[in-house]
Design a protein around this ligand. Structure first.
Ligand code: NAD
Length: 411
């Protein structure tokens, strides 16, 4: 499996092929400012002790406090967390929010944990990290397998240790713990707004045929938004497999089936297929994990447009192959930036002691993400390049400006 951090650095290098940047900027962004690897001593319900490896990578904070989710997954390792932290730096710059890039994790399969064990791991993670996170230092959030409830336990643990009960240390909290209206759906909704802004420019039909990999926070809500807007969702998948219906899936019924059984598999009005990625469709939405479109399967991709809700789903060489086939990729650092954008709204609300209405949050998100999407599209035309390189160029220019104004020429 390709190393995701090497993929991220390869994307950085490729952006400099279309616009030159100061080598010092590139060198500084090649290395995270800080990498923390530690262990939580997790007491299991049966009385045994499990040492769980945990991480926080603080990649860059020139534009504001480090920001990024916490992933709990059996395959999570330091290279994955470094790559995700790097992408957060670029993403926050693309979204033009006053935050930097960070990411956290734990190498564990949370499906094997009881609720009590999850709470002990959440509190243990925060105990290990309490000195390095904080509203003005580093603000974590949910990612794969971490939920608003897990964020609430972590925020509570931080409050106990520091006395700071503002909740601004962490975003993606439940509403009653200081969470923002709209945060739960923000990643998917942001992706949908980006798609709407670019749809005509990409010559997509009024009603598109859509396939989605992953049916969690990002994927399930994306299925809902696209289907409510009249698009046809022909295929969805989760970690257990993929389902397909030529006539289009009833997303409400699929979600109900998943809630009852734990998987989309077994939903009656659909057939099972081997790979959701290879289905014929207008728009393919990877919304699970990284490195799913590689040299091995890229030639079997039939979508016209790929909207990356997952982080890093396409390897750099597969990206080139898609570009050659004129398949447009709307890159993760733009497509899924709705999540961190609304996280930054949550942080701002907590710092100011405010609570914004859902309509206000969605309106602010829509204006902001569509403005950035259109600017990146124009940039890709001017630079005669793909949307990923254009998004990197926009982010690197903003990071360069932040670095210049901080260092005042003497750093
Ligand atoms: P989640 O844990 O809620 O859902 C992940 C989904 O992926 C689940 O349905 C799971 O079954 C599925 N999955 C796992 N392995 C799979 C496989 N091999 N094939 C098909 N499906 C598989 O996670 P999420 O929050 O929805 O995150 C999904 C992706 O979106 C990740 O790349 C994450 O970094 C990215 N993302 C999430 C947010 C957010 O706010 N949640 C923000 C930005 C980016």
């Amino acid at each position: 499996m390709p190393n995701p951090f090497e993929n991220a650095l390869s994307q950085l290098k490729r952006a400099t092929d279309v616009r030159s940047f100061d080598q010092e900027l590139i060198d500084r962004l090649t290395y995270p400012l800080r990498e923390i690897r530690s262990h939580v001593a997790l007491r299991r319900d049966d009385g045994s002790l499990q040492m769980v490896e945990v991480y926080r990578v603080q990649h860059n904070n020139w534009r504001g406090p480090f920001k990024g989710g916490i992933r709990w997954h059996q395959d999570t390792d330091i290279n994955e967390v470094k790559a995700l932290a790097f992408w957060m730096t670029l993403k926050c710059a693309v979204a033009n929010i006053p935050m930097g890039g960070g990411k956290g994790g734990a190498t564990i399969n949370p499906k094997e944990l009881s609720e009590n064990e999850k709470e002990r791991l959440a509190r243990g993670w925060m105990q290990v990290m309490v000195d390095v996170v904080g509203p003005q230092k580093d603000v974590p959030a949910p990612d794969v397998n971490t939920t608003p409830q897990i964020m609430a336990w972590m925020a509570d643990e931080f409050g106990k240790a520091t006395g700071d009960k503002s909740g601004a240390v962490i975003t993606g909290k439940p509403l009653e713990q200081g969470g923002s209206e709209g945060r739960g759906v923000a990643t998917a909704l942001g992706g949908f707004y980006v798609f709407e802004a670019l749809k005509d420019r990409l010559n997509l039909p009024v009603s598109c045929c859509i396939a989605i990999q992953g049916f969690g926070n990002a994927g399930e809500h994306a299925a809902e938004f696209f289907s409510q807007a009249g698009h046809k969702i022909v295929a969805v998948s989760d970690s257990k497999g993929a389902i397909y219906s030529d006539a289009g899936l009833d997303i409400v019924a699929v979600a109900k089936h998943k809630k009852a059984t734990g998987s989309v598999i077994g939903y009656v009005s659909a057939e099972t297929v081997d790979s959701v990625l290879e289905v014929s469709c207008d728009v393919l939405i990877p919304a699970a994990l990284e490195n799913v479109i590689t040299d091995e399967n890229v030639n079997r991709i039939k979508a016209r447009v790929i909207l990356e809700l997952a982080n890093g789903p396409i390897t750099p060489s597969a990206d080139d192959a898609l570009f050659a086939k004129q398949i447009v990729v709307i890159p993760d650092i733009l497509a899924n930036s709705g999540g961190v954008t609304v996280s930054s709204y949550e942080w701002e609300q907590n710092l100011k002691g405010e609570h914004w209405r859902e309509e206000q949050v969605f309106d602010k998100l829509k204006r902001s993400i569509q403005r950035e999407a259109l600017a990146i599209f124009e940039r890709s035309i001017n630079l005669e390049t793909d949307l990923r390189r254009a998004a990197f160029v926009v982010a690197l220019e903003r990071l360069q400006q932040a670095q210049n104004s901080r260092m005042n020429g003497i750093g």
